[in-house]
Design a protein around this ligand. Structure first.
Ligand SMILES: [Fe+2]
Length: 390
C-alpha cells in the first residue's frame, strides 16, 4: 500500500481519494475556452472578420475560408463598419486591407489598440498590394502579425490564417488553464484555512471543556457577538459568520492556565488573578502571525476582550476607542453569557439581574454604543440561551 491506497480490493476506511482538478475535464489537447473542443473543432468554430473595400476580394476570401471548413466568417466592405463589427462579433482573427477609402487599415488598427485588452490582443493579418518597408513597419507597430500580398495565393492565405488562429487558440488555452489552476490553488488555500481554524476551534473547545462541560459558552458568545456586530454594521463579511467563528476563539488562551486556577470555586487570589489574565496574551500568541482574516480578527478579540471602556481592564489597560470595536463587542457578549449561566466561580444570575448589570456598566465596563445595540436586539440574544436552564 502506498500513499493510503491499496493495490487491489475495496478502499480501506482511511482511503483518501486522489483530488481531481477540473483541469482534467475540459482539456483534451484543445480548448478550455470552448468547452473541451479539439484544435480542429476550435479552428472551425473560430470567428474571422474580413475587411476590404473590394467586393471581389471579400467574396473570394470568405468562400476560400468556408470551403476549408471555417464556419464563422464575416465579410465587411465598408471600412467604417469594421470597428462596430469587431466589437459585436468578438473575432479570433481580423483580415484587414490597408488601403481603403474613408478609413484605412492603419487607422482601424489605431482605433482598435485604444480599446483592446493587452492580455489577449486580436491577431491581424494584413492584406496589401503595397508592402514597402515603411508600410510594413507601421502595420507591425499597429498590431499586424502577418502579411498577405495582393494578389494572394489561396493556399498561402489559408496557411497564414491557420497559423495565426492556432497561436491564438493555444494562447487562450494557456490563459484558461492558468485560470483553472488559480481557482484550484485558491480552493486549496481556503481548505487549509478551514482546517487551521477547525484545529484552533477544537483547541478552544478543549480549553473550554475544562470549565464548561456543555461546551456551549463559546458558541453562544460567538452568536451574540455576530448579532451585535451585524447590528452595529461592523461585520467584515456582511453576514456575521467571520465574527461568529473568530469570537469563539476568544478564550483559547485558557489552554495555558492551570486547572487549580481555572476551576477554582470562589474568588481568585491576586496572584492567581494575575495568572488568569494571561489567557488573553497566550490566546493572542497562539493566533498571532497569521495571514487569514478570520484568525487576525480572532487575535484582536483574544487580546482585547477583557479591556474596559472606562479603562482599568487587562492586559493593556486600554480605554474608549483605543479598544478595537470587535473587542468591545465580545466583552459584552462574554460577560452577559457568563452572568446568566453557572460558572465554576459563580451561580447563574437571573436574566433581570444580568440585564441590570449590563445597563449599570454602560460607559464603565462597556462601550455605550455596544450596550445600546444590545438593548435593541436583546430579545434575539436572549432567545439564543436556554432560558429554562437559567
Ligand atoms: Fe476571557
Amino acid at each position: 500500500m502506498q500513499n493510503g491506497r491499496r493495490k487491489s480490493g475495496p478502499p480501506s476506511r482511511n482511503y483518501v481519494p486522489p483530488v481531481e482538478y477540473p483541469l482534467s475535464k475540459p482539456y483534451r489537447g484543445g480548448l478550455v475556452k470552448n468547452g473541451g473542443l479539439t484544435m480542429k473543432e476550435a479552428l472551425r468554430a473560430a470567428r474571422i472578420v474580413v475587411v476590404d473595400d473590394s467586393d471581389s476580394i471579400v467574396q473570394l476570401l470568405t468562400e476560400v475560408l468556408a470551403l476549408d471548413g471555417y464556419l464563422n466568417v464575416i465579410g465587411v466592405t465598408d471600412p467604417r463598419l469594421a470597428i462596430p463589427t469587431i466589437e459585436e462579433s468578438d473575432p479570433d482573427l481580423l483580415i484587414l486591407d490597408l488601403h481603403m477609402p474613408q478609413l484605412g487599415g492603419l487607422e482601424i488598427m489605431a482605433e482598435m489598440s485604444r480599446h483592446a485588452s493587452p492580455h489577449a490582443p486580436l491577431p491581424i493579418l494584413v492584406l496589401t498590394a503595397d508592402l514597402s518597408p515603411e508600410i510594413r513597419q507601421r502595420a507591425l507597430l499597429g498590431g499586424a502579425k502577418e502579411f498577405l500580398t495582393k494578389p494572394f495565393d489561396s493556399a498561402e492565405a489559408l496557411l497564414r490564417v491557420r497559423n495565426l488562429l492556432e497561436t491564438r487558440m493555444l494562447h487562450q488555452t494557456l490563459k484558461d488553464e492558468n485560470r483553472v489552476l488559480e481557482l484550484a490553488v485558491r480552493e486549496r488555500t481556503r481548505e487549509l484555512e478551514d482546517l487551521r481554524v477547525e484545529i484552533l476551534q477544537r483547541l478552544a473547545l478543549a480549553a473550554e471543556y475544562r470549565d464548561d462541560a456543555t461546551l456551549r459558552h463559546t458558541e453562544r458568545v460567538g452568536r451574540t457577538a455576530a448579532l451585535l456586530a451585524l447590528e452595529l454594521g461592523v461585520a467584515p463579511d456582511g453576514d456575521g459568520d467571520l465574527v461568529f467563528r473568530a469570537a469563539q476563539l476568544h478564550d483559547i488562551g485558557k489552554i495555558g492556565i492551570p486547572d487549580a486556577i481555572l476551576l477554582k470555586e470562589g474568588h481568585l487570589s491576586p496572584a492567581e488573578f494575575t495568572r488568569m489574565k494571561d489567557h488573553t496574551v497566550i490566546g493572542a500568541r497562539i493566533l498571532s502571525e497569521n495571514r487569514f482574516e478570520l484568525l487576525r480578527l480572532a487575535e484582536e478579540i483574544a487580546i482585547t476582550h477583557h479591556e474596559r471602556w472606562a479603562g482599568g481592564g487587562y492586559p493593556r489597560g486600554l480605554a474608549g476607542p483605543e479598544i478595537p470595536l470587535i473587542g468591545r463587542v465580545v466583552a459584552l457578549a462574554d460577560v452577559f453569557d457568563a452572568l446568566i449561566h453557572k460558572r465554576p466561580y459563580k451561580q447563574a444570575w437571573s436574566l433581570d439581574r444580568a440585564l441590570e448589570e449590563i445597563a449599570g456598566e454602560r460607559g464603565r465596563q462597556f462601550d455605550p454604543e455596544v450596550v445600546d445595540a444590545f438593548d435593541r436586539i436583546r430579545d434575539e440574544v436572549i432567545s439564543l440561551h436556554e432560558v429554562a436552564a437559567l
